[in-house]
Ligand binder design. Structure first.
Ligand SMILES: [Mg+2]
Length: 393
C-alpha cells in the first residue's frame, strides 16, 4: 500500500483550532489524524504540508519508524513541538489506515486490551467568574454527567507569584468544589507552570487539605531544580509532560523521580508510535500515564487506543462534554464517556473507529482561536480578542 495524498482541514472553536489530516492510499483506504496545536496553527499547517510532501507521499503507511526517523533525525534540525505534532498527525492517520486494512481496532495492534474501561476526567467545565459558588455549581454538573474526576486551574492569571488575597480566593474555590463533589471525586489541580518554586511550595501547602489527585506543572516545564525543591516540600503527587515533545527531555524527570503521573500528549509527541514508546519506559520507573488531551474526537480516540493497551494508564483527559460539545459531530463514532461509570466506552470498529464528516467540519471554519493563560478571564475560553491583558494586544 502506498500513500497517494493528504488533505488538511482546520476546524475552529473560539479558543482552539483542531487541525485534521486525512491521508489517502492507492487501495482506497483513508485514515485521519488530528492535532490541537497550542496557538501556532498556521505554523503547524505549514509544517504538515512541507514534511508531508517530503516524506509521506509514496511511503507505505506501515513504515512508521522510518517516517519518524525522517522527521526526527534526517531533517537534522530538531523537530520540537511543531515537528513532533506534524508527525503525530501523520502517524495517527497511518495507524487508522493500518487498523482498517487489517479489520481491527488499533489497540489490538498495541498489545491488546489491558483495560476495557479507561476513566475520563473533565476539563473545560469551569467557564465562569472566579467565585466559589459559581464554580461549585459548574462542578456539580460535571459529577451529574457521571465523571469521577475533574481538573481545574483556580489561580486566575497568576504569573510567578500570588498575593495572599488571591491565594485565599483560589483556595476558597477549591474548598467549594470539594464540598460540592464530596470526598470520592478526584480533583486534579492545574498550575500551568505559573509559579516560581517558592510560590509553588506555598500554594501546594495551602491546598493539601483539599486532597488533590495531583498538582500539575507547578513550575515552568524545564525548571528542573525548582521542581526538585517542590518535590522535597510536598507529599502531593506531581503530574507533568504536556510540554515535553521528545523522550530525551524526560530523562531528569524519570531518573530523579520528580514525576508521578506522566502527561505526554499523543499529538505533540509523535503520535501513537511516540506515546507507545513511552509506555514501557515510564512503566519501568513505576510512573502512571495520564495523556494530556485537548483534542476533538480524533485525537481523543488516538490517546484512548494507547490507554486501553497500556498497563500503566491512570486516566485520560476530556474537554468535549463541556467545551464546544459540537466537536463530537465532526465524526461518526466519537469517543463516549459513559455516565454509568465515568469511563470511555470501548471502541470496537477497525482503526480509530470513527468516520470524518467533512460537511460538518466545513460549518466550523477557522477562528484564530487560541488560549491566553496569562490574561484575566482565560477560563471562560472565549475568543482571545476578549482578553484584557497580556493577550493579543
Ligand atoms: Mg496542563
Amino acid at each position: 500500500m502506498k500513500i497517494t495524498g493528504f488533505e488538511i482541514i482546520v476546524v475552529g472553536a473560539p479558543w482552539r483550532e483542531l487541525t485534521i489530516v486525512e491521508v489517502q492510499t492507492d487501495e482506497g483506504i483513508t485514515g485521519v489524524g488530528e492535532v490541537r496545536m497550542v496557538n501556532k496553527t498556521d505554523t503547524l499547517v505549514s509544517a504538515i504540508q512541507e514534511l508531508g510532501d517530503r516524506y509521506l507521499i509514496g511511503s507505505d503507511p506501515a513504515d512508521l519508524s522510518k517516517l519518524a526517523w525522517n522527521i526526527q533525525v534526517a531533517e537534522y534540525g530538531l523537530p520540537g513541538e511543531v515537528g513532533q505534532s506534524a508527525l503525530a498527525a501523520f502517524d495517527i492517520a497511518c495507524w487508522d489506515i493500518l487498523g482498517k486494512s487489517l479489520g481491527v481496532p488499533i489497540y489490538k495492534l498495541l498489545g491488546g486490551i489491558f483495560t476495557e474501561r479507561v476513566e475520563a476526567y473533565a476539563n473545560g467545565w469551569y467557564q465562569g467568574d472566579r467565585d466559589p459558588k459559581i464554580i461549585a455549581e459548574y462542578a456539580s454538573k460535571v459529577v451529574e454527567r457521571g465523571y469521577r474526576g475533574l481538573k481545574m486551574d483556580p489561580f486566575g492569571h497568576a504569573s510567578a507569584e500570588m498575593t495572599t488575597a488571591d491565594l485565599r480566593r483560589s483556595v476558597g474555590i477549591l474548598e467549594a468544589v470539594r464540598d460540592t463533589v464530596g470526598p470520592d471525586i478526584q480533583i486534579y489541580v492545574e498550575m500551568h507552570g505559573r509559579f516560581t518554586s517558592h510560590t509553588a511550595r506555598r500554594v501546594a501547602k495551602a491546598i493539601e487539605h483539599i486532597e488533590p489527585g495531583w498538582i500539575e506543572e507547578p513550575v515552568l516545564p524545564m525548571d528542573v531544580s525548582g521542581l526538585r525543591s517542590v518535590r522535597n516540600h510536598t507529599h502531593l503527587p506531581i503530574a507533568l509532560g504536556e510540554r515535553i515533545h521528545e523522550p530525551s527531555t524526560l530523562i531528569p524527570f524519570l531518573e530523579e523521580g520528580l514525576v508521578d503521573i506522566l502527561q505526554v500528549d499523543t499529538t505533540h509527541h509523535a503520535g501513537i508510535t511516540g506515546l507507545q514508546r513511552l509506555v514501557g519506559w515510564s512503566d519501568a520507573y513505576n510512573v502512571r500515564l495520564a495523556p494530556h488531551n485537548v483534542c476533538g474526537p480524533i485525537g481523543t480516540a488516538a490517546a484512548l487506543h494507547v490507554a486501553i493497551a497500556a498497563s500503566n494508564t491512570k486516566v485520560l483527559e476530556h474537554f468535549n462534554d463541556f467545551a464546544d460539545p459540537w466537536v463530537h459531530e465532526i465524526v461518526e463514532g466519537a469517543p463516549y464517556v459513559n455516565p454509568k461509570d465515568g469511563a470511555f466506552d470501548l471502541p470496537t470498529a477497525p482503526g480509530l473507529g470513527l468516520t470524518l464528516n467533512k460537511d460538518i467540519c466545513a460549518k466550523h471554519p477557522r477562528t484564530g482561536g487560541r488560549l491566553a493563560l496569562y490574561a484575566a478571564g482565560w477560563e471562560k475560553r472565549q475568543d482571545a480578542k476578549n482578553y484584557d491583558s497580556h493577550g493579543k494586544k
